[in-house]
Design a protein around this ligand. Structure first.
Ligand code: GDG
Length: 500
């Protein structure tokens, strides 16, 4: 079973009206490496946003600028570090930016992931405000901007992704005053009381205000952002109701566009997974086929609430022993940002709590928590979703959480229950039909798991059907169509201003 080729978006691109598209992101959509024989391998976009955007850029042509972190990049790129993709039938160019070790340390592990990431998730105490990180972050943002400037013209649409690139839009704006620049911020935007702790708050906001359009997942983040601009930048005029900022003689639109998943492709794959295949998968990972399965799928990140989830399960097995041997928890956890000490601490905490719980309740023939560490091919991940009677999403703070949406989409038979933290962006959309939790309250969380496990089938199906309807309506294509429609409208406004 191989679905990656079917896992493509059909989002319309006509609104771009022939403009050259330049996508800029930290990660590259194709990764070039070597296999054990020394032959070059290409990792296709595995899912999520890169999988969705790649076919769009394939259709429009253009450029994708990203950090060159593939082992075989030197071999596959030309003297300008560019390579046509998809490799078998190139339709656009990937422009790969080489970064030195110091740059990766300061820009990626430093400012992006030890300052902006924790700060945006409300963890001021987790941040490492080092001036050096900021200096390198600016320098690397400048390099990304230079790569864009080399490619972009005044008619281009440049689309920046995420918190790694907050300064780049203003740099590009200075060189290309009439290009259309936009940014999608994938993580939460905090309230002013948190954001004001950032020593470089004005520069980060000013960098982002180089864009014409800034998108967030939810209205809450959008409002927080406008409030931060209002309080931090004296020269900016915010119109909260219109969702605009007037800054340096330009108007910037700020909107919410909740990101969706590639629902059709996930559902098609899920439908192809036979009962036999599900049994095989369960056997492969040692998941009992009798009894119930709760599932968690995360990057190992301290925002995802993994220790809190394990504590709630421990509480459940302790207070309600009937679930011992009856409920197995599967933790699918991919290692992430491991060179950062806070991430190593988290890994230790997760290791210890899983070992403790397995030690405490495990028997000769039952292991309460099964852990899957490797990165699974997309079709296997979807198979795993289908094995989960209950999905536990307990993030302490999460911009959206696509896993919640993927789980729902994969349950084509309308079975299964989503237990969802009210601290996720996804909860704004799915909260009514999920079982809501606050991840910090282990007792209530345990009760919510039990509620999910004992929910009458009719109610379960009713909720899951509504969840699936929502996620398939507001899917990745709808998200992209909304964004491109907004681009077309803003373009038209700009034209009418110029022609008046
Ligand atoms: C950031 C924001 C926002 C995970 N394991 C495997 C695998 N995955 C895929 C999932 C999902 C993605 O990784 C994780 O997405 P999330 O949204 O849950 O979380 P972050 O990585 O923190 O993403 C978040 C998102 O950006 C998008 O804007 O929702 O709030 O923090 O797609 O499926 N995929 C495969 N194998 C795995 O083992 N193939």
């Amino acid at each position: 079973m191989d679905i990656d080729t079917a896992d493509v978006s059909k989002a319309p691109t006509s609104q771009l009206d022939g403009s050259e598209l330049v996508v800029v992101s930290n990660r590259q959509p194709y990764k070039f490496g070597y296999d054990e024989t020394g032959a070059v391998t290409v990792d296709r976009p595995a899912g999520g946003l890169t999988a969705g955007l790649d076919p769009v850029v394939q259709r429009t042509g253009g450029t994708w600028v990203a950090w060159s972190d593939g082992e075989a990049d030197d071999e596959v790129t030309n003297e300008d570090r560019r390579v046509g993709v998809p490799p078998d039938d190139p339709t656009y160019e990937l422009d790969l930016l080489s970064l030195s070790e110091d740059e990766v340390e300061g820009y990626y592990y430093g400012y992006s992931n030890q300052v902006l990431w924790p700060m945006c998730h409300g963890g001021i105490w987790q941040t490492e405000f080092k001036e050096r990180y900021y200096e390198v972050y600016k320098q690397v943002n400048r390099s990304f901007a230079d790569a864009v400037i080399e490619r972009a013209s005044d008619g281009s649409v440049v689309w920046f992704q995420d918190y790694h690139l907050a300064c780049a839009p203003q740099y590009v704006r200075m060189a290309c005053p009439d290009a259309f620049l936009m940014h999608f911020w994938h993580i939460t935007w905090p309230g002013w009381d948190t954001f004001r702790s950032l020593p470089h708050r004005e520069a980060i906001l000013s960098g982002l205000l180089g864009n014409d359009l800034i998108g967030f997942h939810t209205d809450r983040y959008r409002t927080n952002f406008l409030d931060c601009v209002d309080r931090a930048l004296e020269e900016a005029a915010v119109d909260e109701e219109a969702g605009t900022v007037r800054y340096r003689d330009r108007t910037i639109a700020v909107r919410s566009f909740p990101l969706g998943v590639n629902a059709n492709a996930i559902a098609r794959t899920a439908e192809l997974i036979s009962n036999e295949r599900r049994r095989d998968l369960a056997q492969q990972y040692g998941i009992p086929t009798s009894g119930r399965v709760a599932l968690g799928v995360d990057r190992l990140d301290y925002t995802k609430g993994i220790p809190e989830r394990i504590e709630a399960l421990e509480h459940l097995w302790e207070r309600r022993p009937k679930w011992q041997k009856e409920l197995t928890y599967v933790q699918k956890a991919v290692e992430s940002r491991s060179v950062i000490p806070k991430y190593q601490d988290l890994q230790d905490r997760v290791d210890e709590s899983i070992a403790r719980v397995n030690d405490r309740f495990g028997t000769n023939d039952w292991q309460p928590i099964i852990r899957i560490d490797e990165f699974l091919p997309r079709n296997e991940l979807i198979g795993l979703y289908r094995l989960g009677d209950v999905m536990l999403v307990s993030a302490l703070r999460d911009g959206m959480n696509l896993v919640a949406k993927e789980y729902v989409t994969a349950h084509v038979d309308n079975e299964g229950v989503l237990v969802l933290s009210d601290q996720t962006g996804a909860h704004d959309e799915l909260g009514d039909d999920a079982v809501t939790i606050n991840p910090h309250n282990a007792k209530r969380f345990a009760e919510a798991i039990e509620k999910a496990l004992t929910m009458p089938e009719v109610e379960q199906r009713r909720r899951m059907k509504r969840l699936r309807q929502h996620v398939s309506t507001y899917d990745l294509d709808a998200w992209m169509a909304d964004i491109f429609e907004m681009v077309a409208r803003l373009h038209a406004d700009l034209d009418s201003v110029v022609n008046d």
